[in-house]
Design a protein around this ligand. Sequence first.
Ligand SMILES: [Zn+2]
Length: 272
Amino acid sequence: MKNLFIVFSAFALATIIYGCSQGKYAATNKSYKKQIEGYAALLKEYPIKDSAGLPYAEEWVGTTNLSMRRPNFVIIHHTAQNSCEQTLKTFTLPRTQVSAHYVICEDGTVHHMLNDLLRAHHAGVSKWGNTTDLNSSSIGIELDNNGFEPFAEAQMKSLVILLDRLKKAYSIPTSNFIGHGDIAPTRKNDPNWRFNWKSLAEKGFGHWYDDATNVTLPVGFNHLQALRVVGFDIKDTTAAIVGFKRHWLQDTTKGLNNEQLKVLHQLSKKYQ
Ligand SMILES: [Zn+2]
């Protein structure tokens, strides 16, 4: 009987240890790996004959000079959820079809959920300058924040370290660090107006404007053209103005007064 108890205990302990080593996300991690294997198989297909109807040469010639495509934008979000755990759950449910490369929790913990060279589903229908489908060219970073609170210091600290790494690794231009609300102003308002874009710009992530106090607006200043120069899609002008004010004036109201027009003028100069 005693022996049986020992065997049973050992079995229970082994089950617990095995369960822990598998982790809470073992099943979804398996799904990630399976998808990667599918893409790896796709990359290993040669000769390459992927376009129907083309008069392909008889002999396939592969070039010797290639590398992986690189991201050229960083899009910052707030999760609009109540905890990091909730977001991890959302991003591991196949039915949601949403994801981001990184999730940064309030305490500064970073979750790197997919390889930087893969396409995450975070931007949705979006446009910045003439670039559409930002998902294909960007890294998505989600900050755990419900949309109505300041961003935690530890979280911002991790964000800056991450941005620095991404900028260096992929030579991302300073102007290409932007928010979800910038690229989808009719649908999104994240990161919320409390986000400190100014401090990021001072570190080389995004642009800020020079003092506009003593600036005189040029005759015939076209604010829509200026918004367009910065990058906004001006199809919905009200939304573009709200987006500009949230990001560069920490203001959530509509319309532009003379002082704000001067700021926009100063800002647009940074994008010319
Ligand atoms: Zn977002």
